[in-house]
Design a protein around this ligand. Structure first.
Ligand code: C2E
Ligand code: MG
Ligand code: MG
Ligand code: MG
Length: 285
């Protein structure tokens, strides 16, 4: 009987594994198709620097799939990482973000920077710095038009080489942000080794800012930490006015989240920036 149950359990695991590998194969095919058919897209989420009265945007990748509709990163980034397709996707994202930024500059739209997420595997490629340099130069941008967001997971593996490349980019003038800050296990010990300009407080802390005293203590601590390093600090996942007010109280430099704006198409960014009230305040009528 035990043997029989074991068999049933085995079949169950086998089915689970089949489903998982099925999902991965489907995702892989969709990524390849999207790259070939030019169905990779960027959406841009505004980031509001409250004191400076500036808007930057974060580029967020999507896949426009003919059967499945719009796929979010959660549905394909892990597969892109495992298959190495992230290298092609990532290079496309850097170039597309730069091209779009150049178009906004052309329109004289006051977007301070465009920020691009970079995974460990992308940063690990030997030519990463030159991929970024080519994109900035080909679209005639300045290096300080561009920001790169990395998480501390880039330090898993060849940390020295990752730090060296970020240092080179930072020296060129690219802004370096540490994304999802506070979720890793070694958050503090590595900070002095990384060249960075901005800490992004993970959205989990922001989400229960008003209900969980531990989250608000952590948020406060990260803001103070950033200031003690003379760096800027941004809260992500800001969804309510209550959260915004608390973050203003704590003197957080910048906020990003649905309360300010959802991720937008490039066309929507133009009207968002033109109509965003807190930006107009500083301008003469
Ligand atoms: P992330 O870089 O931390 O980006 C923030 C994510 O939170 C985005 O999800 C955004 O749509 C979502 N978000 C923004 N505001 C709010 C809010 O107020 N509430 C909630 N609940 N969510 C909010 P998205 O676009 O699905 O991206 C998920 C993750 O995928 C990103 O997290 C980033 O790690 C990764 N990713 C996105 N684009 C790229 C890319 O081009 N390359 C790489 N390597 N990773 C990317
Ligand atoms: Mg990010
Ligand atoms: Mg984040
Ligand atoms: Mg995240």
């Amino acid at each position: 009987r035990a043997k029989h149950e074991g068999g049933a359990q085995y079949r169950y695991f086998e089915e689970e594994m089949n489903r998982a590998s099925q999902r991965r194969m489907t995702a892989e095919r969709r990524i390849r198709d999207a790259l070939e058919q030019d169905h990779v897209e960027l959406h841009y989420q505004p980031q509001w620097y409250m004191q400076k009265k500036e808007i930057s945007v974060e580029a967020l990748v999507r896949i426009r799939d003919s059967e499945a509709g719009l796929l979010l990163p959660g549905e394909f980034i892990d597969v892109a990482e495992d298959t190495g397709l992230i290298l092609d996707v990532g290079e496309w994202v850097v170039r597309q973000a730069c091209e779009q930024m150049a178009a906004w500059r052309q329109q004289q739209l006051p977007v301070r920077r465009v920020s691009v997420n970079v995974s460990g595997r992308q940063l690990a490629r030997a030519d990463f710095v030159s991929v970024v340099q080519s994109a900035v130069e080909d679209f005639e941008l300045q290096y300080d038009d561009l920001e790169l967001e990395v998480t501390e997971t880039i330090l898993i593996g060849d940390a020295d080489s990752a730090v060296k490349k970020l240092g080179e980019l930072s020296a060129l003038g690219v802004t370096i942000a540490i994304d999802d800050f506070g979720t890793g296990y070694s958050s503090l010990s590595y900070l002095h080794t990384l060249p960075f300009d901005l800490l992004k407080i993970d959205q989990n802390f922001v989400a229960d800012l008003d209900s969980n005293p531990i989250s608000s203590a952590i948020t406060r601590t990260i803001i103070d930490l950033a200031k003690s390093f003379n760096k800027e600090v941004m809260a992500e996942g800001v969804e309510t006015q209550q959260q915004l007010l608390q973050l203003q109280e704590l003197e957080c430099d910048a906020v990003q989240g649905f309360f300010v704006s959802r991720p937008l198409t490039s066309v929507q960014v133009t009207s968002f920036v033109r109509d965003f009230d807190p930006l107009q305040e500083s301008k003469p009528n």
